[in-house]
Write a protein that binds this ligand. Sequence first.
Ligand SMILES: [Zn+2]
Length: 258
Amino acid sequence: MSNRIPGPICSSKLGSDWIDEGTLCRSQSSAGGPLGMLMSMVMAADPPPLSEDERALQKWRKDNELEKKQSKESLERDTPNHIKKCIAKLAQLSIGPRGAWRSSQERDLILKKLEALNKANMIKWLENIEDGRGGHDRGEITVAVDLHWGNWDEDAWMKSAPVLVHEGTHAVWNDRHFEQYRAKWNREHSNSCKDHPKGEALIAEEMYAWENELKVYEVLVSQGLIDITLAERLKRVSSLETVVREAYSGWISLDGFK
Ligand SMILES: [Zn+2]
C-alpha cells in the first residue's frame, strides 16, 4: 500500500476556506437570467494563467482524491481476507500462563466469534476511532486503520492482532465462559460492587480485554511487533487495574454517587 496518502494533516492544512475552482465555476454559471448570462460571459473569458505552484497543487488534489478513492476501495475489498489471515495466525499462538491465550477453549471462543463477524462483514478498519485503537459496538468491531498498513504477506497482521483479541473478548463477554472471573471480581471488589454494580461490571470486562490484548502483544513482541501504546501498558502491567480505572473513570459514576 502506498504511504503517500497525506491523511488528515494535509486536509486540515487545506482547511474549509479552500475553494475548488471547478465547483465555484459550475455553481456560478448555473445562475439564471441576465446575471447568469453575464456570469457565463465572464466565465467564458480565459482564466488568469496558473502559477507553477497552483498547477502542482491542483494536480496533487486530483491525484490525491483518486488515490484516496482507490485505497478505500481496495481496503474494503481486501478486509475480509486480511482479517481471515490474522485469525489464522492468532490460532497458532501459544497457550498458557506466558502464552498468548489463557486456554484453548477461550482461544476457540474468541476466534470463532471473530470468524463469524468477519463472514458477516462486521469487522472494519476505520479512520478516526474515538479511543484511537478499536471499538466494539452492537456486534460490529472497528479497528484503527493506522494498524492496517503494511505488507500482509509478511507481518502486517501483527499490528491488528492484539486489538482484534481485545474487541473479540468484548464480543463474547456475555458467554458463560467468564462467569468464574466475574464472581471472583465481585468478591474482591464487594464494597464498590454494591454501590456501582454497572461501573464495576464494565471495569471487570475492560480489565479482562486489556489483559488478553497484552498477552497477545507480549508474544508478538518476540516476533518483531512494536506498538508504543501497548509497550507503555505492559510497563505498568502490575498496576493494570489502576490504569484501566484511570482510563475509564467515568464508568463508575454511571451508577450515581452514594
Ligand atoms: Zn475495551
